[in-house]
Structure formats: structure tokens, C-alpha cells
Design a protein around this ligand. Structure first.
Ligand code: AMP
Length: 221
């Protein structure tokens, strides 16, 4: 049995076509069912639904053999002991700094200045501002980051941006792009040895599906 860890939402939706191309169909709809273990048309493959930030943990400790998770999650929560064979090029977005559109960010990030930043991505934000020589007070949030600058909780936020619609709707502007994000395949190291043939077949099928969908950019990173 191969267990694949996924999180609900964007990653799940974007993974279904890749699974399909690999000949795997998930038999339950997670939006309609409360099941956390989903069967597939393949008796030897099942999907477990976990919180996005828990995917690396499940795969690292063998609760799942394979997982799909964002680069943001891997950077923020660590990716020790995980084999990362493939950039799936799904759930693409970027992690950016945003502020209220009336906030003078350029002035605020002068060397030696101090900025209050609210984010779920404390490690990524700390490293980014440290490299710029900007002192930051970081406030950890778990959601609705956009609210922080509007209520005076923080000067800036560090969050995922896709279309930019959420920022625009809340009168925020993106002032710096920290990095591009996409989802990665992660594999448990022991499973890769013990279930080598079926896992390799699955990785190869995913790689072929990704290459077919993205003919211009085939190099993993
Ligand atoms: P958008 O309005 O399209 O810019 O999307 C921004 C909102 O969706 C923010 O609340 C983000 O945290 C979230 N978001 C954007 N892209 C992703 C992604 N790839 N995975 C998870 N959340 C995302």
C-alpha cells in the first residue's frame, strides 16, 4: 500500500489532474465526505487528508509514504529527512510583503528602521528582513493576515499572493516579492527503499504529467 498525504483545497484540486494522468482516481470528494482516508481506483494507493503544515511531518515519520506540499510549508516547517524529487508546478503563487496603500514602505525599511510584520511565515519573514538589515518585530498569525495592517496590529504582512485580488479588496499593495512558490512532491526516505518500484513508478508518472502540462519548463528546482 502506498499512502499519499494531501491537504484539502488548492493543492488537492490541482493534484487531481496529475493523479488522473498517473492512472489514479480518488473515489471520494473531500468537500462532501468527512472521511480522512480516501480510497482510490487502485487498491494499492490511498490518500490521507492532513493539514497543509502537517504534510512534511506525516511523510518524515512514515504516516504517509509520499506527500504534496508547498515550498512555503517546506521552508517554514523544515524538510529534514524528506526526499524532494519533483517540482509539480501546481498551486503556483508567490510569497510577498504587503502594506496598506497609504503606508510609506520605502521610508520604513531604511537601514536601521523597525517594522512590525504579521505573518504565518515567521521563519521566512525573519530571514528576508535580516538579509535586508531591517529590524522587525514579528507577530505570528494563523490566518486572515490582511486584517493586521488594517487594524493597526502590524505595518506589513508576509503572505501568499496569487491573483492579488485579496490584497486589492483590502486596500493593500504588494511591495516586495520574496520568492515564487509551487508545490513539491516529498517522499519518505525509508519508503523509497522499501517500496522502491511502485514509488519510482509513481514519481515517473507524476514527472511525465508535469512535463506534458509545462512543456517550456521541465527542470526541477
Ligand atoms: P489571491 O487573492 O488570488 O491573491 O489569493 C490570496 C489568498 O489565497 C491569500 O489568503 C493566500 O494566503 C491564499 N493563497 C494564494 N495562493 C495560495 C496557494 N498556492 N496555497 C494556499 N493558499 C494560497
Amino acid at each position: 500500500m502506498i499512502t499519499l498525504a494531501l491537504s484539502k483545497g488548492r493543492i488537492f484540486d490541482d493534484t487531481l489532474p496529475l493523479l488522473d494522468a498517473a492512472g489514479i482516481q480518488v473515489l471520494d470528494d473531500p468537500e462532501k465526505s468527512r472521511k480522512l482516508i480516501l480510497a482510490t481506483n487502485r487498491p494499492d494507493v490511498r490518500v490521507v487528508l492532513v493539514r497543509a503544515s502537517d504534510v512534511p511531518t506525516y511523510v518524515e515519520y512514515g504516516g504517509a509514504d509520499i506527500g504534496i506540499t508547498g515550498k512555503d510549508t517546506l521552508l517554514e516547517h523544515g524538510s529534514q529527512g524528506l526526499y524532494q524529487p519533483l517540482d509539480l508546478q501546481i498551486a503556483k503563487c508567490r510569497i510577498s510583503v504587503a502594506v496598506r496603500n497609504d503606508f510609506d514602505y520605502a521610508h520604513a525599511v531604511r537601514q536601521g528602521s523597525r517594522l512590525t510584520v504579521a505573518t504565518k511565515y515567521v521563519a521566512i519573514a525573519r530571514e528576508f528582513f535580516a538579509a535586508k538589515g531591517v529590524h522587525v518585530d514579528l507577530i505570528k498569525l494563523y490566518g486572515s493576515m490582511e486584517l493586521a495592517p488594517l487594524t493597526g496590529l502590524a505595518d506589513a504582512i508576509v503572505d501568499l499572493v496569487s491573483t492579488g485580488n485579496t490584497l486589492r479588496a483590502n486596500h493593500l499593495i504588494e511591495v516586495e516579492r520574496i520568492m515564487d512558490i509551487s508545490s513539491r512532491l516529498v517522499v519518505n526516505q525509508a519508503a523509497l527503499k522499501l517500496k522502491q518500484a511502485p514509488i519510482r513508478r509513481l514519481i515517473d508518472a507524476f514527472a511525465a504529467a508535469v512535463a506534458a502540462r509545462n512543456p517550456a519548463s521541465q527542470s526541477p528546482s
